[in-house]
Design a protein around this ligand. Structure first.
Ligand code: PLP
Length: 237
């Protein structure tokens, strides 16, 4: 395990350094960007290595996998992020464990989250996932849907709706990804003007292993990085 820890430690340091460099290049403070380490490729034991390296924001795309890793790690310092699609029958269990829900991708799931949170009193931070690339295979609200939703976001007062989440297109190169992230930021600014008072869309969850620097240049406050943290590790389970 010590070799694994050395490799992950090296990868993590490099990612943090590049986050900081990108922030500075955009006249932003490195502290304004939160690294969400995506652990979906690896075992709970491997995720624990990240925690031992003081990396406390962990992301999973499948609710059951998040539940299972949270159960194995049992670490109060970990802030869990659900970054993938959430089904309504998994809402209750998930909001007990995850502080951040990145894929608020339909009015129905927002309603279900709101109802569960009103009942239990937990208050996760929720992001609206927007489909920026137009890829049909991608989930997320269309621009029309999210614009329609904006003026009534105060209906979901049991949760904190704090911003947008997006993914670049499957075939986008760095330049295209940056243009897509730019459009997400512009959409956010427009939505902010449509939102009821009290709803602040300050957060932008965008950027993965191959495009987090472009995302930071366009204002990302959360970057979701997985494979880059585990490169060089053969057996990830
Ligand atoms: C898997 C995943 C990531 C991490 O992707 P990498 O390219 O491995 O960094 C980020 N966001 C979402 C939604 C994912 O599903």
């Amino acid at each position: 395990m010590s070799n694994v820890k050395a490799i992950i430690g090296h990868n993590l340091a490099r990612v943090r350094e590049r986050i900081a460099d990108s922030a500075v290049r955009s006249n932003r403070s490195p502290e304004s960007i939160r690294l969400v380490a995506v652990t979906k490729y690896v075992s709970a034991e491997m995720a624990r290595v990240l925690v031992d390296l003081n990396c406390y924001d962990l992301g999973e795309s499948r609710p059951q996998e998040l539940w299972s890793k949270a159960n194995v790690l049992q670490n109060r310092e970990v802030t869990w992020h659900l970054i993938g699609h959430l089904q309504r029958n998994k809402v209750a269990r998930t909001v007990e464990l995850a502080t951040w829900i990145h894929a608020g991708d339909s009015p129905r799931i927002l309603e279900a989250l709101n109802a569960a949170c009103v009942k239990t009193g937990v208050r996760p931070s929720v992001l609206l996932e927007v489909n920026v690339s137009g890829d049909v295979a991608k989930t997320g609200l269309s621009w029309n849907e999210v614009e329609e939703l904006a003026p009534r976001l105060d209906q979901f007062s049991g949760v904190d709706i704090v911003g947008l989440m997006a993914m670049s297109g499957f075939d986008s190169d760095a330049k295209q990804a940056r243009a897509e992230f730019c459009r997400v930021r512009e959409l956010r600014d427009k939505l902010q003007s449509l939102c009821p008072a009290g709803v602040q869309l300050n957060e932008l969850s965008m950027g993965m292993s191959d495009d987090f620097e472009e995302a930071i240049a366009e204002g990302a406050t959360l970057v979701r990085v997985g494979s880059r943290l585990f490169s060089g590790i053969e057996n990830r389970t």
